[in-house]
Structure formats: C-alpha cells, structure tokens
Design a protein around this ligand. Structure first.
Ligand SMILES: O=C(O)[C@H](O)COP(=O)(O)O
Ligand SMILES: [Mn+2]
Ligand SMILES: [Mn+2]
Length: 563
C-alpha cells in the first residue's frame, strides 16, 4: 500500500454495530486436548469454559496456535506467548525471531549486518561473551543457533569466547540441562583445538538468574550480573557439566531454578568476567526476558541494582528487543516489523481500550499485543493496569495467582462503561503448568475458569460481547508423549512431566447479549489460527478489518437454518 493513500480509518462493518463493550479474555496456556488424567483443564472443575464449548460449532471453535500459523519455522514448534499475542493483536502472520535468525545464519547475512560489525571490533583484543538460554526449546533461543554463531564468530576472528549459560527445564524437560551443557562443552573443546580460548564462564537457572520479565524481580537480573559481569557467585566449579550435575543434586532444585555459579581456574579465579573492551551478545531472540538484562548492559544511568562495575563493552542483542525504546541499540538480526496492529487501528477509530494482567503477563496483553511496542498509542483512549505479581515464589505454591483480582479489575472496567474493549490475560494455566505440578495446575485451571465467569457476568450486565481464547496450550497436557500419544516413562517407571507448552489448538468462543443475532463462525476457515482473531474482534467493534489482515472468522447470517 502506498503511504500516500494510507489511512487509519476503518470501514464500517455493513451489519455489525459500533460501541458494544467487548471483553477479550486470553487464557494463557489453555489448549484443547484429549480428556485424560494429565489434562488439568479436563480434571479441573471448569463450568464456565465447559458451557462456552456447548456453543460449538457456531460460537465455539478451535484455532491453531503453534508452528507456521504463528510465524514459527516448523509445525513441530510449539506456540508461545510472544508469537501468540503478536498474532492475536496484529492480525497477520509474521516470520518470528526464531525464523529470522535461522535465515540470517543460513545466508551468512548476520555477519554482514551493522550489529555483528560493531561487536567484531572487539574480537582482536577483547573477549566475546555470549549470554542466553541453553536449550532447543525454540521459545527464547535455540542451541543450534548458538552453535552456528560460535562457528561464525571463530571464522570472523574471535580469539577468546566465554559463554554464560542459562539452564532451561521450562520449554524442555527438566534434567535436560546436563546434555545441553555437555553438547556445548564439546563444541567449545573443538574450538579450543582450533586455537580459540573458548569456555563456559558462568551459569544458572533461567527463572532464578537473568531471565526475569516485566521488572517483576530485579534480584534475578542482579544474580546474573554478579556471575556474568563481576565473576562472582555463591557456587564455584572448575567445569560447567560438574556444576549442573552437582547443583541438581540439591533437593527441590530443577533446571529452571539452578543457583548461579561461576567457572574458576585452578587458582580459584573466575575465568570469564566481562571487562572493558569486551563484546557481549545476548543470544535469545525473544524479547520479554531479555529487556531487563539489556537495560543493565546498555544504560549508562541505571538504578535498579548496584552494578558495582559498568564495563565499557560493545553490546548487541540477537534481536532488538524493544522497538519503541530502541533497546538494545545494536543487534545482529532485525526483528519482525510488526506494524498497524489492531490496537493501534482501534484507537484511531475511537475504540477506548482497557488492558490488564498481573506483572508476569502484563506485557503480553500490552507489549506483545501491540507488536513488541511498549507504552500507549494514545493515553487518552487507553488504560493499562498491572497488578503486581508475587515474586520470589514458584506459582505452584500460589496457583490462584492474581486471577480473581484481574477479573475484578476487568469487571469494574466493563461496568464503568468507559471502555469499548476490555482485554485481559489470565496467567494461571500457563504459569502453574510450567512448574510441572499437576495438582496445583488443576487448581490453577479452576481459578482461571472462575475469573472468566466474573468477566462474563459483567458482560451480561452491560449487554456486551465476549471473546474468550488462549495464546497456546500448556495445562491441557502435562506429560511427555511418544509417537502414538502414550506417556513416556523415565528409568524409574514414572511418567515424564511436561513443563512446556504444547502443539495443541486453543478454543475461541464468542457470545454475550450484545452479539448481533445471526453472528456465527464461518465454516470455510477450518484451519483458522490466532491471527484470524484480530479481524474477528474488529468486526465485533463494528469495523471491517484492513484488507491485508487474516480473514475474520465470523459471518452474519439472517438466522435461518443452514441446510
Ligand atoms: O518464558 C516463559 O515463561 C516460557 O519460556 C514460555 O512461556 P510463555 O510463552 O507463556 O511466556
Ligand atoms: Mn503464554
Ligand atoms: Mn508459558
């Protein structure tokens, strides 16, 4: 579209009215799967969500939430919050970070870009530090990309490399960290044979070290800073494999929560603190859990914790993590340019919007929803409310999280009649699902269902419309399965708990007293995905979606039966 003819004005929908109050509920990590004992949504008492399903196929359906439907490289890639909320908000499918990094590495373009040239300047005299999540989960980063980058850095002159690993166990099985560290050690030893001084320098579990998000708990980032930059940690080892094995032996530890450690030489000195003249790359492509460390590495003025030292480094992100903040200013691969999101359009067309979640998912319904952009499009038209999450706990001990508080805020926003769109993310199924605690996840699902009820009751009172969906699966399947769908057992005969997301589709339900009679789901889009939801919601606000959006999932019939 030529910029001269571009307009934010949306055409009126020919049949659907404006000014309805639309509640938009995203259940995080709530997929649809076969009912069995490991399906926590099935086991939990969820009368509200069950009642919505009874509206199938006219007002309840499934949508795709993984793989290519959300811009991921392959159909084996499970969905995640970033790509799910991006698709929901943007209404189009963008090649996402994982894919863009794959392409840049495969073509070699990554080494020709500004970001690599910038860090390359330090290779002659400084150390290259790579910090990031070490797994093949594919949500935040991928091991094979790290391997290619190590090879490329060597070929482009890196002489001293230090890797600061964050163990996963959240997007992959708990316990898999040992194998990933062994693989990396193997690669580094091959680099050493070629004359590169390459070593793992520090590590820690992703949920306890470095990868906090939305400023929930800066102490997480500080622990990482101390280990990675200062070379200080409570645990010191001479090998990373030994570190991970030993630290996993402590009762109740897991890959996600390993304490920070540094690797030391035979004199007990840390082998890889970050110092003046070094280059640093944060290798995760996904933004949310990199923004905080990026601020610590990049901002001259920084008051979130005492950095003790602020080395003069050349820092680049794998991607730019926040387009609005231009953070970090140097990056190896350009992020997807997600523009003209539904949120921005709706604000331009007079739709007043309220968005709410608790801290751990707040950026999902704001930042991700708006195409990885922080802040308001127009503060006079929008209100975003963040309910502080509990910090320093794993959510299986508090599976209710803040769901009811979020629902109450949404209810009040609906009843105030000040907003046309009231959008929330209910985190429970996902955040508790990631702990692998089945009992707690059942409680989490029950509470999320109660929260939906509170919101739907408010919709009922104001004659509004609701759209209930999810961003990807998680709580509906808590075991690792074999090819035929059978649970996989570990060597002790116990099922292997699945802490990660799934490949399952998610529900999409519409309804409410304000829904125009005759509105129903079309039958010609059986493969519809999350990206189709934006056009659907725009219709429910009384507008046609822009022509390049994925098509709407609804049609308006005259109500007569369809033979
Ligand atoms: O960051 C996380 O918590 C997980 O890796 C993915 O979960 P999310 O995509 O639901 O945030
Ligand atoms: Mn999610
Ligand atoms: Mn998740």
């Amino acid at each position: 579209m030529g910029s001269s003819e571009f307009s934010w004005k949306l055409a009126d929908h020919p049949k659907l009215p404006k000014d309805k109050i639309v509640a938009l509920v995203v259940l995080d990590g709530w997929g649809e799967a076969t009912p069995n004992q490991y399906n926590c949504i099935h086991v939990a008492d969820t009368p509200t969500m069950d009642s919505l399903k009874k509206g199938a196929p006219e007002k309840w359906r499934l949508v795709r939430a993984h793989g290519k439907a959300v811009g991921l490289p392959t159909e084996d890639d499970m969905g995640n919050s970033e790509v799910g909320h991006n698709a929901l908000g943007a209404g189009r499918i963008y090649a996402q970070g994982a894919k863009l990094v794959d392409l840049a590495l495969a073509s070699g373009k990554i080494y020709e870009g500004e970001g690599f040239k910038y860090i390359n300047e330090s290779f002659e005299t400084g150390t290259l530090h790579l910090i990031g999540l070490l797994s093949d989960g594919g949500v935040h980063s991928r091991l094979d990309q790290l391997q290619l980058l190590l090879k490329g850095a060597f070929e482009h002159g890196a002489k001293r490399i230090r890797v600061h690993v964050l163990t996963d166990g959240r997007d992959v099985l708990d316990g898999s960290s040992v194998g990933f560290v062994e693989t990396l050690e193997n690669d580094l030893s091959r680099l050493r044979e070629k004359g590169v001084d390459a070593q793992i320098a520090s590590g820690g579990g992703r949920m306890y070290v470095t990868m906090d998000r939305y400023e929930n708990d800066w102490s997480v980032v500080k622990r990482g800073w101390d280990a990675q930059v200062l070379g200080e940690a409570p645990h010191k080892f001479s090998s990373a494999v030994e570190a991970v094995k030993k630290l996993r032996e402590v009762p109740n530890t897991s890959d996600q929560y390993l304490p920070p450690f540094v690797i030391v030489d035979k004199n007990g000195k840390a082998v890889g603190p970050i110092v003046d003249g070094d280059a640093v790359v944060t290798i995760n492509y996904r933004a949310d859990r990199m923004v905080m460390i990026a601020k610590a590495l990049e901002y001259e003025n920084f008051d979130k914790f005492d950095r003790v030292r602020f080395p003069k480094i050349r820092y680049a992100g794998m991607l730019q993590y926040d387009g609005e903040l231009k953070l970090p200013s140097h990056y190896l691969v350009s992020p997807p340019e997600i523009e003209r999101t539904s949120g921005e359009y709706l604000v331009h067309n007079g739709v007043r919007t309220f968005a709410c979640s608790e801290t751990v998912k707040f950026g999902h319904v704001t930042f991700f929803w708006n195409g990885n952009r922080s802040g308001y499009f127009n503060p006079e038209m929008e209100e975003y409310v963040e309910i502080p999450s509990d910090s320093g706990i794993t959510f299986n001990v508090q599976p209710k999280m803040k769901a009811l508080e979020i629902a109450e805020k949404a209810r009040d926003a609906i009843l105030s009649r000040k907003f046309h769109q009231v959008r929330v993310n209910l985190p429970n199924g996902d955040m508790v699902g990631h702990t692998g605690d089945i009992e707690a996840t059942v409680v989490a699902c029950k509470v999320a269902d109660e929260a939906v009820k509170t919101i739907l009751d408010a919709v009922e009172q104001v004659g509004g419309v609701y759209v209930v969906t999810a961003d990807h699966g998680n709580a509906e399947d808590m075991v690792k399965r074999g090819k035929k769908g059978e649970p996989i057992l570990d060597k002790n005969g116990n099922v292997q708990i699945l802490t990660s997301h799934t490949l399952e589709p998610v529900p999409l339900a519409i309804g409410g007293p304000g829904l125009t009679p005759g509105v129903r789901f079309r039958k010609d889009l059986p493969d519809g995905g999350l990206a189709n939801v934006a056009a659907t919601v725009m219709n429910l606000h009384g507008f046609e979606a822009p022509s390049d959006y994925e098509p709407t999932l609804i049609e308006v019939t005259d109500g007569s039966p369809d033979f």
